[in-house]
Structures are given as structure tokens and as C-alpha cells.
Design a protein around this ligand. Structure first.
Ligand SMILES: Nc1ncnc2c1ncn2[C@@H]1O[C@H](COP(=O)(O)OP(=O)(O)OP(=O)(O)O)[C@@H](O)[C@H]1O
Ligand SMILES: [Mg+2]
Length: 418
């Protein structure tokens, strides 16, 4: 915190205080309180140590989201109870995503059994208004409210954008928690508009934001519902709530860090290096660790198989990409001699496409190598294989799809307004 000067308090809510930062008017400091509340503040208790656990939980969750490429207001931690964020004009809506029916959904939809699974996840929105117990709002109600936040008008486009980001955030965290065999049942997030007019996932994401059921078992719930359900709050059961929150905060350590999975790019000749580096660049952007190797299946068959044996013996999950021009012996030879997945990405020249492509496609029976012709496509194909076992790569792919959605949506919106 030495490099930041804390300015005046600009907002104080039930669980945190927001301060200006004198060095930078576009940022603020969020300080968490040792306070737990439920029922729009109707139930409220001091809980020593909660601020530290809550801050650390939020910091870990936002780091995971930022790393995957989701735009959030989170900047960096600033001591045990504080973090620095982009100062936002907050949009007064809670964006809720549900994978399973429970809680208030069951009351509003009698007859639906608890645990009913929503595929795709169900999305709901609530207007933040404690006095009226945060009423549920439709898209039309949000649009008609004519919110203007930080100079941004909240129209149907912005609502669509926030709903899509909300869904992706839920899916990323759901996948992440699955690594610890915990089911993310539902969650709520909030958005703000920063000084550049950018819509960001803001506020906090901690054990107050979701329902989390280890082993998918409601009886094992580790979120704030335990506190909401207490009819008689004692120091002892407050300690249980705090222990649960601490468990969540600690589990996140196993979730947010994972070694990047390996993709080995074999080139038939060093002259293909630039093409392979292009694949490597895209692979890195998707959370993979690329490694470049030179070997020729035609001229160095034994050596090629020895290199494959290195990766087979490593015990790691590895995807192979074969880059060989003219007659591609490399990909099919690799594919016929290893169970590791092989993707051909021949560096085709316009004058030889017709002839050369067939050596990658017309392979002998018993082989299952696939073929793509663009470096980016090779990286995506490898990432899709790794995403099946690696939630961080999965998150990168999901955010790439989100980015496609956002740029089309924004492009369309700009054209309509011009
Ligand atoms: N990045 C941010 N920039 C500016 N304000 C923020 C930011 N993140 C959160 N806030 C705001 O900080 C205030 C205090 O947060 P807190 O969660 O304690 O409020 P609250 O009492 O729960 O009220 P609310 O129901 O609005 O969340 C809220 O109004 C929240 O919207
Ligand atoms: Mg709040």
C-alpha cells in the first residue's frame, strides 16, 4: 500500500467501505468489514476475521477471471482486508445464474423440485433495492429504467452483453470448482462502468456470492446459506460459518494455479520455424505451453519415434502438432505410433495446396490424425483437447468465444447508431 495514498470515504455499505485513491482518480480501495449480514441486512453479526477471508477469496476469484481474459474491475490486493479496483459507477442490478433450482427460485416456481437442472443455466436479474427486498426485474424493466452509468446508456445491447458475461463467469467458476469436486449451484455478480466507459464485472465475488455444495451434496454446503439458515445465532455456529469460508478460500489455491498443459509442435524442417512460432503464439494465448521440435519422419524415423517416447514417458497430457510441407509423412507416422492426439497443420503454399494437402488427409486405415490449415486453428484444436481435463484452458476458450460475441454485438450496435 506504500505507493497509494488513501483519500476520503466515498461509499459505505453493509460489508465494505470504498475509498478514493489520491494518486489515481480512476481507482478506488475496497475495504472489507468483519461483518456478516443476510436478508437485506435484517440479520447482521460481527465476525472477526471475515474481512480477511472475504478479501482473499475475492482476490483469488478475480485473478482467475482476469487470467482467463474476463474484464473485471479488480486491479490488485492492498493488504489483508483491502484490494484496489477500477472505480466504477455501479449498475444497480444483481445478475444471477442458476445451474440447479434451490432457494428463492423454488418459492417463486412452486412444483419445481429442488435440484432441477437448468441446461443452459437459468439467468435472472434483480433490482438492488434493500427496502423492497431486491425485486426480480425482466430485461424489459432494466431497459425501460433508462439507466445511464458513467456516460453509458443501458440499452438492450448492454443487457445482452452483461447477461452473456454473467453466464461465462458462472461457467468458468463452475468448471473450476468441479476440480475440487464441488458443485456451483448458483451465483450472483454485479457490473460497473469504469472511467473509460467500459462495462466490467465489479464489486466482489466471495462465499456470499454463490451456493457451493461439495460432492454436489446440499448437506455439505460451504456458503453463506449456512448463516442464512441459522434461527439461533451463537458464537459457536458463527465459528462454523467462518471455518466454511476459510475452507473455500483455501480450496481456491488448488484451483487458480495449474501448470499449463504441453503442446509439442513438430516441424519437418527448421525452415518452418516462423510458421510454428505462429502456432506457438496462439497456443500461449490459450493457456498452453508450446514446445518446438525439429524432426523428419522420412529422413529420421527412429529419432522421431524416440522423441515421441520422451513425451509418452513424461506422464503428462500432451497434444502433438505436425508441421510438414510437401508430402506430410510426419503427422501420419506420429499418429500411427502413439496414442497421443496428433493434429496436422501443413504449411501449404498456394502453388502446391492441391497436391500436398492429400498427404495429410488421405491416411492409411487405423490412423485418426486430424488436419487444419491455419496456425490459429491448430492452436484451438489442441486447446479443445486439453480443455477436457484443464479448466484454465477451458476458460480461455470460453472467453475467446465471449470476445467474438462482444465484438459482433458492438460492431452491430455501432453501425445501427451511425
Ligand atoms: N469497483 C467499485 N467502484 C465503486 N463502487 C463499488 C465498486 N465495487 C463495489 N462498489 C460499491 O460499494 C458499495 C459498498 O458495498 P457493500 O457490498 O458493502 O454495499 P451493500 O450494503 O451490500 O449494498 P449493496 O446492496 O448495494 O451491495 C456498494 O454500493 C457497491 O456497489
Ligand atoms: Mg453488496
Amino acid at each position: 500500500m506504500a505507493d497509494y495514498k488513501v483519500g476520503k470515504l466515498i461509499n459505505e455499505g453493509k460489508t465494505k467501505k470504498i475509498y478514493n485513491l489520491l494518486n489515481d482518480p480512476t481507482l478506488c480501495l475496497l475495504e472489507s468489514k468483519d461483518r456478516i449480514t443476510a436478508g437485506d441486512g435484517a440479520k447482521s453479526h460481527d465476525l472477526e476475521g471475515k474481512a480477511t477471508i472475504s478479501t482473499s477469496t475475492t482476490v483469488k476469484v478475480f485473478r482467475l477471471l482476469n487470467q482467463a481474459g474476463v474484464k473485471t474491475a479488480y486491479v490488485k490486493p492492498a493488504g489483508p482486508k483491502c484490494f484496489i479496483a477500477k472505480k466504477c459507477n455501479m449498475i444497480p442490478i444483481e445478475w444471477v445464474t442458476r445451474r440447479q433450482a434451490t432457494g428463492s427460485f423454488l418459492k417463486r416456481h412452486p412444483g419445481v423440485p429442488e435440484g432441477y437442472r437448468f441446461n443452459p443455466p437459468l439467468q435472472e436479474t434483480f433490482y438492488k433495492d434493500d427496502a423492497n427486498h431486491d425485486p426480480q426485474w425482466s430485461d424489459e424493466q432494466i431497459i425501460t429504467a433508462d439507466f445511464i452509468m458513467g456516460g453509458v446508456k443501458i440499452t438492450k445491447d448492454e443487457v445482452d452483453i452483461m447477461k452473456r458475461i454473467t453466464l461465462v463467469v458462472f461457467e468458468i467458476l463452475e468448471r473450476a470448482w468441479a476440480v475440487r469436486n464441488s458443485a456451483l449451484i448458483d451465483m450472483k455478480i454485479e457490473f460497473g462502468v469504469d472511467s473509460d466507459g467500459e462495462i466490467l464485472v465489479a464489486d466482489i465475488i466471495d462465499s456470499d456470492s454463490w451456493r457451493l455444495w461439495p460432492s454436489g451434496d446440499k448437506k455439505l454446503m460451504k456458503d453463506k446459506q449456512v448463516y442464512r439458515d441459522l434461527s439461533n445465532v451463537t458464537q459457536q455456529n458463527l465459528e462454523t460459518v467462518k471455518r466454511n469460508f476459510k475452507w473455500v478460500e483455501e480450496q481456491l489455491d488448488y484451483i487458480i494455479e495449474a501448470p499449463s498443459p504441453l503442446v509439442v509442435i513438430f516441424m519437418g524442417s527448421p525452415s518452418d520455424k516462423a510458421f510454428c512460432q505462429e502456432i506457438a503464439k496462439h497456443a500461449t494465448a490459450l493457456g498452453l505451453k508450446p514446445q518446438l521440435r525439429v524432426c523428419s519422419a522420412h529422413k529420421g524415423t527412429l529419432e522421431t519415434l524416440n522423441i515421441v517416447a520422451e513425451y509418452e514417458g513424461s506422464g503428462e497430457n500432451v497434444v502433438l502438432i505436425a508441421v510438414a510441407g510437401r508430402s506430410n509423412g510426419l503427422g501420419p507416422v506420429l499418429s500411427g505410433n502413439t496414442v497421443l492426439p496428433v493434429i496436422n497443420c501443413p504449411p501449404l503454399r498456394s502453388d502446391n495446396i492441391e497436391r500436398s494437402i492429400w498427404s495429410s488427409l488421405d491416411v492409411p486405415s487405423g490412423l485418426g490424425c486430424t488436419t487444419v490449415i491455419y496456425p490459429e486453428a491448430a492452436a484451438f484444436a489442441a486447446a479443445q483437447i486439453h480443455a477436457m481435463h484443464n479448466h484454465l484452458v477451458w476458460a480461455h476458450l470460453r472467453v475467446k468465444q465471449l470476445d467474438n460475441f462482444l465484438s459482433l454485438k458492438r460492431g452491430d450496435s455501432k453501425l445501427r447508431k451511425s
